[in-house]
Design a protein around this ligand. Structure first.
Ligand SMILES: Cc1ncc(COP(=O)(O)O)c(C=O)c1O
Length: 385
């Protein structure tokens, strides 16, 4: 052998239990992890195709859509974002990005790789874009597609989406919505909001491991895909080929890639949990419990970063770092106690902490634990100052 067997693989890995209260992944539910230990099936075996069909129905439920082109991509949230953009944009198309934080840059980068031109309608971190501002931007730029993030995880803002779909359609544009950090933790109704493409990920409010990106395209979006003059540049993310494999069309299913068998089991278990809890109750639970977090933060003398309470994401809270406090040191102290809380991202780096209370992590015990740990970490730093 030119390369010997690595000595490090002779001992088991170190995987401690941590309370994952950062922006994701969240802790996975026990029955979801258990589902992954079920025997493998082939990716075209009838039993597996039936599980895929059930997962599709579960995704239609969480997105609140009847779209037939609904499935899960083998990949994380980024794969969902890329799938939305590579299918809906052709070279020369115009994309309008609603920029309220970090994820606008990612969407812009991906769209430019598709040969699209991009303009942004921008709000400062902690704020959201309103419908009238969006309409003005659409009137002047005349985009083919509008991209917006519902749960902007870099700032903790939940972008209101009322009227966005209708405005886009009035001006002949399609609406793409990222719900990676919000699905199951904030109200979302794809059909009611006239959303043309929505995607998410499994590792936040669904409490499943990262690996799949649920996605759904409206009839309008499918029509645009069918009328493309050029093939979608990515074979792997071609929505029509994936839709065939997921049985979205009335035609025999063909091999596209080897499906993520165990991850699909996990997603089914996660969707079954959410269906049993009820989507509405899940959202209400996040809203109730985040109030306890606000009270706890107030008690220890820190404040939410998003000032307008109606714009706060119920499953991911951002907290302004007080003057003179080393944000990273607080995160390190918490991590040494097995609790993950994150700092800012992109424009908010160093300015805030991000506390995720996704899905089953949204409960009183976790909130008390993280607030007590932050109180001690802050007191310790103030003492040293
Ligand atoms: C709003 C948003 N969009 C997209 C992503 C990318 O998801 P992933 O890291 O699963 O690729 C994230 C990740 O945190 C996110 O918060």
């Amino acid at each position: 052998m030119d390369v010997p067997p690595p000595a490090c693989l002779k001992s088991p890995p170190n995987i401690p239990h941590k309370l994952l209260l950062g922006p994701g992944p969240s802790n996975a539910a026990e029955d979801v992890l258990q589902a992954m230990t079920s025997p493998l099936l082939g990716h075209l075996h009838p039993e597996f195709l039936k599980i895929m069909d059930e997962v599709k129905e579960g995704i239609q439920y969480v997105f609140q859509t009847k779209n037939k082109l609904t499935f899960a991509i083998s990949g994380t949230g980024h794969a969902g974002m890329e799938c939305a953009l590579v299918n809906l944009l052709e070279p020369g198309d115009r994309l309008l990005v609603v920029d309220i934080g970090f994820w606008a840059n990612r969407a812009t980068d991906m769209a430019e790789r598709c040969g699209a031109t991009v303009q942004r309608v921008v709000e400062s971190p902690g704020k959201a874009v309103d419908a009238a501002t969006l309409e003005k931007a659409i009137e002047s730029y005349r985009p083919h597609v509008v991209f917006v993030v519902q749960g902007e995880s870099s700032t903790g803002v939940c972008q209101p989406l009322e009227k966005f779909g209708a405005i886009c359609h009035k001006h002949g544009a399609l609406l793409v919505v990222d719900t990676v950090a919000s699905l199951g933790g904030a109200e979302f109704y794809a059909d009611r909001l006239e959303v043309d493409c929505v995607y998410s990920a499994t590792q936040k409010c669904l409490n499943a491991p990262p690996s799949l990106a649920p996605i759904s395209f409206s009839e309008r979006a499918l029509e645009k895909i069918k009328k493309r003059t050029k093939k979608v540049q990515s074979y792997y993310l071609d929505a029509e080929l994936l839709g065939n494999y997921w049985g979205c069309f009335d035609e025999p299913r063909r091999y596209h890639h080897t499906g993520m068998i165990s991850s699909v089991y996990a997603l089914r278990a996660a969707l079954a949990r959410l269906a049993a809890e009820g989507l509405d109750e899940a959202v209400q639970k996040h809203k109730r419990n985040v109030q306890l977090l606000y009270i706890g933060l107030d008690d220890i003398g820190v404040s939410p970063f998003v000032q307008d309470e109606t714009l706060r994401l119920p499953c991911l809270t951002t907290v302004a770092v007080p003057e003179g406090i080393d944000a990273k040191q607080v995160c390190d102290t918490l991590m040494s106690q097995g609790i993950e809380v994150a700092g800012g991202l992109g424009p908010t780096a160093g300015k805030l902490w991000r506390i995720g209370t996704f899905g089953m992590n949204s409960n009183e015990a976790n909130i008390k634990r993280v607030v007590a740990a932050m109180k001690a970490a802050l007191a310790d730093q103030k003492h040293h100052i």
